[in-house]
Design a protein around this ligand. Structure first.
Ligand code: BTX
Length: 324
């Protein structure tokens, strides 16, 4: 039924088609029409919905550019500006430059290529041209600085949800910031922030999703994968559209101080909980067993002395003993 609705929208791409017209033509209720339209939006189709007019398929091309990005972001109040770049050092660095120039706006930066893509703790993120979705959200949530780092979990859940909605892949989440498909990393998230003791200025949420790479540099060939390598071809635009919808839902819960659904999502997809891991800090590496993810997004582990210990995401790297 969804594909029949899509066909109708494509046939009427010049104008709006009302819910009533669609329900009459396909013999289904208007509620069913609305549900299928929502599912299509979840899959990345950009459909404008206007009261008293109906639905219009805004963009049927899979190309991500300034105008398709603008259409995609219209619905989200946490995106007040967009910037689409051909190349940049790092979308996170660009977001921070913008944040310093102006003090209010929130927005989204996407680049076809990054020449100095960054991972956590000074590591490098391979970001070849047109091979992935390289993006950063500049956000100014009204939360305390100590709540800021759990936004990494919000975006990991939203991107896992988006990839699963657009593909048939099962996505695992390696706490707190990596998405894993068939034992390999397909997406990484780097959260940076500017804050004083009592005041958060901004958060930059950088997300990289591997889309079309068929090979990787030799040092990561065993641990990295892309959607294409996993046999799926999906555009960055579809993934981004599905991500924004899922993120906006989880983000509003986070802003209300409710992490329960986000934590449940993590627990259901976690490749970390119930595993032996190494906790790597700048001064030491030690073994631990992961018991749970706490309500605030921190990790509960049992250390080598048999004691329970809480691990916060900003401080450490957690590495599985047998792969991710
Ligand atoms: P991370 O520190 O958890 O992961 C970085 C590690 O992952 C690297 O040391 C390497 O082993 C491996 N790696 C490097 N590139 C890739 C890749 N393309 N796919 C899979 N594995 C890789 C994860 O850090 C956070 C990455 C965030 C990337 C986004 S892209 C948009 C934004 N801008 C920016 O500079 N960074 C973020």
């Amino acid at each position: 039924m969804k594909s029949k609705i899509l066909d109708l929208l494509q046939l009427n791409s010049e104008g709006y088609l009302s819910g009533e017209q669609i329900s009459d033509q396909l013999g289904i209720s208007r509620t069913a029409v609305w549900k299928h339209i929502k599912a299509l939006k979840n899959e990345g189709y950009i459909i404008d919905s206007v009261n008293n007019k109906g639905y219009k398929l805004l963009s049927d091309t899979d190309e991500l550019n300034s105008s398709s990005l603008k259409a995609l972001c219209n619905d989200f109040d946490f995106i007040q500006f967009i910037k689409f770049l051909d190349t940049v050092d790092s979308t996170n660095s660009e977001a921070k430059r913008i944040a310093m120039e102006e003090q209010v706006l929130e927005g989204l930066i996407v680049s076809s290529e990054q020449t100095k893509g960054k991972g956590r703790l000074g590591r490098q993120w391979e970001s070849e041209k047109e091979s992935g979705l390289w993006m950063s959200l500049l956000l100014r949530p009204k939360v305390k600085p100590e709540a800021a780092s759990s936004i990494t979990l919000v975006s990991a859940a939203a991107m896992a949800h988006a990839i699963e909605a657009c593909t048939s892949l099962n996505v695992g989440i390696k706490w707190p910031n990596d998405l894993i498909v068939n034992g390999k990393k397909i997406c990484g998230i780097l959260t940076e922030m500017s804050a004083e003791i009592n005041q958060l200025h901004y958060i930059v949420l950088g997300i990289g999703v591997n889309l079309g790479q068929m090979s990787f540099p030799v040092d990561i060939i065993d641990k990295a994968t892309s959607l294409k390598k996993e046999g799926v071809e999906v555009s960055g635009k579809k993934i981004l559209s599905a991500f924004l919808l899922a993120f906006s839902n989880f983000y509003s819960q986070y802003l209300e101080g409710d992490m329960s659904q986000i934590i449940s999502y993590h627990l259901a997809h976690s490749v970390t909980v119930g595993k032996k891991v190494q906790i790597i800090t700048p001064i030491e590496t030690r073994n631990a067993y992961v018991l749970d993810i706490n309500a605030d997004g921190s990790l509960l582990v049992e250390n080598e002395l048999g004691e329970n210990e809480v691990v916060f995401s900003g401080e450490v790297s957690v590495r599985g003993i047998n792969g991710y």
